[in-house]
Design a protein around this ligand. Structure first.
Ligand code: NAI
Length: 476
């Protein structure tokens, strides 16, 4: 089977960058990314791409209009392609059965129905979206129940492991590519066809093939393990704060054990992003449906710990500011869920703002990449606050010095590199005293800040200034 044309359904954080890299690396293949949203497609075709990722613009510009296209002509693109990648969103359900936990598969289903409706030749259908185990079977059932004479489908699972903020390098140099598919001659042929695409730039030994259900579960398992490491180190950070141990030292000590490894051991105000919470909840729901309540409870605790960490950090801010933040200006540095992205889905910063607003604090938000409209839209979500409260309590600035001017405290919510480079003397001079910094990402030089006169609080470590201004962990 020769692949000359690929159609990707869904021009989001995954579909856009992953297909741009495929087109960039496979000049012999035409890749068209389609979406229902005309606005999104127009942005992909403009100089102002809809998402920010380091290196993305260069990759898109290198092949857009040559073998990479963005279009709303969904039917035509499906008809022409031999291989169709489904990369639509699979958010947590907000209604009905499984509300708040199960993955909402309505976008996957409608993409599958569209493929079945318009296809006039056989296709390899690749499920790239993150889905519950056995979703490929549902896609297959929809396709085969609606297939036309002579049209056959092979459904593969090819989950995406990119991380936002490093998407392009993750796609260019992945740890592995995972392809799951039916263990039949036709299934193997489809796996080989997709594998051929990746082999343009990825060594064979990094392309792992397996059965479909293992592949689907592996994606949920990978995200659950990563989220669990963050919740585990955050649980340790609470013990550190209560005892005088230092979570950075604990992380270093355990991370040097090769069985544990050093990555994903950074304590913080909690994980965010569109995937971790959604995928762990998905696993919890799946376990419950499989009548495995102990397994469900085990993974649910990863989410509980994350909630606890966000709430605990907000409580520390309130208690350090003499148990009241009402009418106090508090500068929030960072609104994106992590650095190098403008994505705010499930960002911990939003929860910190919410908790502070519930205490009537005046929050002044600065983020280098997230635009004003997005911040207002997140804050006015009914689960967070309302327009009247936001108008009264929130200001959004494009200047961090302005955000901190006249503030009682600065709260670092995102680990943007530029936060490390500011003139903290100038900021200190413009703040009310005592001036507080709550470093929720452990990125600043705490010793220097203490020397400037700041009161510094961070995660997993209690700081005091002694008589010679040396930083010390506080004894109990
Ligand atoms: P997204 O929300 O950014 O993009 C999805 C796009 O699909 C939207 O533009 C939407 O308009 C479009 N769409 C939905 N239904 C459609 C249909 N029937 N026809 C055409 N277009 C349709 O979502 P994102 O972040 O790209 O995620 C996609 C999938 O990849 C999800 O399952 C997610 O869990 C998974 N994933 C996401 C990662 C991330 O970092 N964002 C990383 C790895 C996996």
């Amino acid at each position: 089977m020769k692949i000359t044309k690929i159609c990707c359904i869904g021009a989001g954080y995954v579909g856009g960058p992953s297909c741009a890299v495929i087109a960039h690396k496979c000049p012999d293949v035409t890749v068209t990314v389609v979406d229902l949203s005309q606005e999104r497609i127009d942005q992909w075709n403009s100089d102002n791409l809809p998402i920010f990722e380091p290196g993305l613009e260069e990759v898109v510009k290198s092949c857009r209009g040559k073998n990479l296209f963005f279009s709303t002509e969904i039917d035509k693109t499906i008809i022409e392609a031999e291989l169709i990648i489904i990369s639509v969103n699979t958010p947590t359900k907000t209604y009905g059965l499984g509300k708040g936990r199960a993955a909402d598969l309505k976008y996957i289903e409608s993409a599958a129905r569209k493929i079945a409706e318009v296809s006039t030749s056989s296709k390899v259908v690749v499920e790239k979206s993150t889905v519950p185990v056995k979703a490929a079977e549902s896609v297959n059932n929809i396709l085969s129940a609606n297939h036309k004479h002579g049209v056959r489908y092979q459904v593969l699972s090819n989950p995406e492991f990119l991380a936002e903020g490093t998407a392009i390098s993750d796609l260019l140099f992945p740890d592995r590519v995972l392809i799951g598919g039916p263990q039949t001659p036709e299934g193997r042929e489809a796996i080989d066809a997709l594998s051929w695409v990746y082999q343009h730039w990825i060594p064979m030994e990094k392309i792992i093939t397996m059965n479909t259900w293992s592949s689907e579960l592996s994606k949920l398992a990978a995200n659950a393990f990563l989220a669990q490491r963050i919740s585990s180190i955050n649980a340790m950070s609470a013990i550190c704060e209560a005892t005088g141990a230092d979570v950075s030292e604990v992380s270093h000590a355990i991370g040097t054990d090769t069985r544990i490894g050093a990555r994903f051991l950074q304590a913080s105000i909690g994980f965010g992003g569109s995937c971790f919470q959604k995928d762990v909840l998905n696993l919890v729901y799946l376990s419950e449906c499989l009548n495995l309540p102990e397994v469900a409870a085990y993974w649910q605790q990863v989410i509980e710990m994350n909630e606890y960490q966000k709430r605990r950090f907000a409580n520390r801010i309130i208690s350090a500011l003499f148990n009241t933040v009402a009418n106090k200006k508090i500068a929030i540095f960072g609104f994106a869920f992590k650095k190098d992205t403008a994505d705010t889905r499930e960002t911990p910063s939003l929860y910190i703002c919410k908790y502070l607003m519930e205490e009537a604090a005046l929050v002044s938000i600065y983020d280098p990449k997230v635009d004003h409209k997005q911040i207002v839209s997140d804050l006015t979500d009914p689960a967070v606050s309302d327009k009247e409260t936001v108008d009264k309590l929130v200001t959004i600035t494009t200047d961090p010095y302005e955000a901190a001017k006249g503030a009682h405290a600065i709260v670092i919510c995102t680990e943007w590199d530029e936060f490390k480079t500011y003139n903290y003397q100038r900021i200190y001079d413009s703040m009310l005293k005592p001036a507080f910094i709550f470093d929720g990402r452990m990125i600043l030089d705490h010793q220097s800040l203490l020397e400037l006169g700041y009161h510094v609080e961070t995660v997993g470590r209690r700081l005091v200034r002694n008589s010679v201004n040396r930083l010390q962990a506080m004894p109990k």
